[in-house]
Design a protein around this ligand. Sequence first.
Ligand code: CS2
Ligand code: MG
Length: 407
Amino acid sequence: MAVKISQIQVFVCSPGRNFVTVKVTTEDGTTGIGDATLNGREMAVVSCLEQHIAPCLIGKDAQNIEDIWQYLYKGVYWRKGPVNMAAIAGIDMALWDIKGKVAGLPVHQLLGGKSRTGVTLYAHGSGQCIDSTLSKAEHLINQGFRAVRLQTAIPGLTATYGVLGDKKDYFELQGNRPLPPEEPWCTQKYFSVVVELFRQARKRLGEEVHLLHDVHSRLTPIEAARLGKLLEPYHLYFLEDAAIAENQNSYQLIRHHTTVPLAIGETYNTLWECKDLIQHQWIDFIRTAATHAGGLTGLRKITEFANVFDVRIAPHGAPDLSPVCFATHLHINIWAPNFGIQEFVGLDNPQLNEVFTHDIRVENGMALPSDLPGLGISFNEDAAKKYPYKRSYLPVSRLEDGTMWHW
Ligand code: CS2
Ligand code: MG
């Protein structure tokens, strides 16, 4: 018996930073939510959903998730891209949420159940210097995290990716940028500190804890290969975004020079964009996020393909992905045979938890997905009204001579 879609609503709110949330309602009153946040281009996704996608879906059977995904992916003709795929993602997550509620099962049970007791997380350790970065890492390890990403300020640069500076959290750092801030980059200055960071980290934190690092696409392939070789003595869990994602072949070159495990994927929107990396095993972890890769359906396609080639998933979990995306990742992470690790930037922001309510538990560096039917997370529309959208941008990056670079 069909469960027809009767309404699609899109909410944009800013409880600390902008989020785009999709709500799908069916004729019998069942509702589901999804994340469609595209940092810095949120309103493009809102328009895509409201002006182009929603009118096509009213009256369609909400149970047919795969057919709706194919309809939205192939039907647009101008397929792929971050705006299209974030819009599809919001709808897709909401439909999985509805399917779980109708079945009375959490989404991970619809996927095939649990493959592990919990989802291992990696937390963010950063600081204005190596000492403060490692102090933050020690604090996280004492909280039970067994994996920590380390990012430290680069001496001589006024700002560094992944470092809070004088801000108390990512929301304060990233939530209010009416125009794109310009941040400097200098590879030579970066090399002067990054290897020393991990030398000192192993000395102070020991050999057990998993250490990770995000290069954020700043290096050329041969520079990335050099960094990988220099970091081998400190056995990182992975080195992320060593070079830009557009050139998959770059990772063949990097792979040729170093055994450091490589991760990439947060900017990919479809399997086609990363299939060479996976099938040639040029990487070890694929980082695509449900919100950017067409929802749980899109992320599952990538996950299953990666499993064939021993590539594990390490879903993106930045502060610009909403708790709805994080909840969705926990369902796929607890099920996936090739789950690796999940990025975690915290869920303890009061404004965020006023808008997104859930029962996700984080204990001893692991997260447990909800066992409530569906995704196990709710969106409070009245609370969302207290935090209206305000345009905000990601920074741009320039070399010290003014050349535009990769932020
Ligand atoms: C970063 C992200 O978490 C990460 O690995 O690459 O924080 C990224 O900078 C943001 O998602 C960009 O919006
Ligand atoms: Mg990253």
